[in-house]
Design a binder for this molecule. Structure first.
Ligand code: GLN
Length: 285
């Protein structure tokens, strides 16, 4: 007699969680999210119906997704979405997966952005559009310009703006400030690439699947930050603010560069893990 095989939701989740526990940080959660995606049901459905059976097509789809996750592909690329600033954002391999610590950049930038009409905000290296879209939604009267040098990233950013119905952001293909020559902004924000190139860290976990040119900031990790700081003063109104994200060990190097360019009110903020993560500064002349 053939043994009956258990095709239930509960059994599939248990097995997948066991497989993923070898590499993933939250194996059960990942398994549930992926099964929810296959079944087009929320996770609560899985908990309420552990005995329901998967049909063979659903089982095959789920197994394929678990294989991708097992190989290390980030969950956000498999599901194609990641939440940032309470917005569901579309992501793919052309953009960095928005990080929780980047919400600190948004929070601090908002604190420096008046709610008035006519405020202009520039987001450098927008990727999925995360920072620009968060700023635009919080400051609906502002005009946000978001640039990126990757056309593929801009496609995703524009898609996100459409889906979220945000219409006060303009997306431009640009190498840093190139496409906004002659323009001035009240607030300049950026989450630039700042990891040291060839750092082993880039080869670990999720990062090896992410676009390296969105992560690596040259031999010392500071190349992009340096070129932004060197040029930014031409694009900031008098008394305007610039805020950017950087590496946990880059605080001193960053503030020295800013002082050399006569920025003032330089201040660094720590992320939730206690790491130096965002520096703000002001431009006088
Ligand atoms: N904070 C990211 C990470 O280390 C790096 C993001 C970036 O380079 N802008 O995972």
């Amino acid at each position: 007699m053939r043994e009956s095989i258990d095709y239930s939701i509960g059994r599939y989740v248990d097995d997948a969680a066991a497989i993923l526990s070898i590499g993933a940080e939250s194996p059960r959660l990942d398994a549930e999210i992926l099964l929810g995606m296959v079944l087009r049901r929320p996770r609560s459905f899985l908990h309420a119906h552990p005995e329901d059976a998967l049909n063979p097509l659903q089982a095959a789809k789920f197994e394929a997704l678990i294989r991708r996750r097992f190989s290390g592909e980030p969950l956000a690329y498999i599901t194609g979405t990641r939440e940032f600033w309470s917005m569901p954002l579309r992501v793919n391999r052309h953009v960095l997966i928005p990080r929780p610590e980047t919400e600190l950049l948004v929070e601090k930038a908002l604190a420096r952005t008046p709610e008035d009409e006519g405020i202009r905000i520039l987001d450098l290296g927008t990727g999925s559009g995360a920072v620009a879209l968060a700023m635009a939604r919080e400051r609906p009267k502002a005009e946000v310009i978001a640039v990126d040098n990757s056309p593929e990233a801009l496609r995703i950013a524009k898609l996100n703006a459409n889906v979220l119905k945000v219409n006060n952001v303009e997306f431009l293909e640009s190498n840093w400030f190139d496409a906004v020559r002659g323009q001035k902004f009240h607030v300049v924000v950026s989450n630039p690439p700042y990891v040291i190139a060839r750092d082993e860290y880039l080869m670990a976990g999720d990062l090896r699947f992410e676009p390296q040119d969105a992560l690596a900031g040259g031999d010392d990790g500071l190349e992009c930050i340096r070129s932004v700081i060197d040029r930014a003063h031409n694009y900031i109104v008098r008394q305007g603010w610039m805020l950017f994200e950087h590496g946990a060990d880059q605080r001193r190097a960053v503030s020295r560069m800013l002082e050399a360019q006569r920025y003032y009110d330089i201040r660094c903020y720590q992320d939730l893990a206690g790491h130096d993560r965002v520096t703000e500064c002001r431009f006088v002349e």
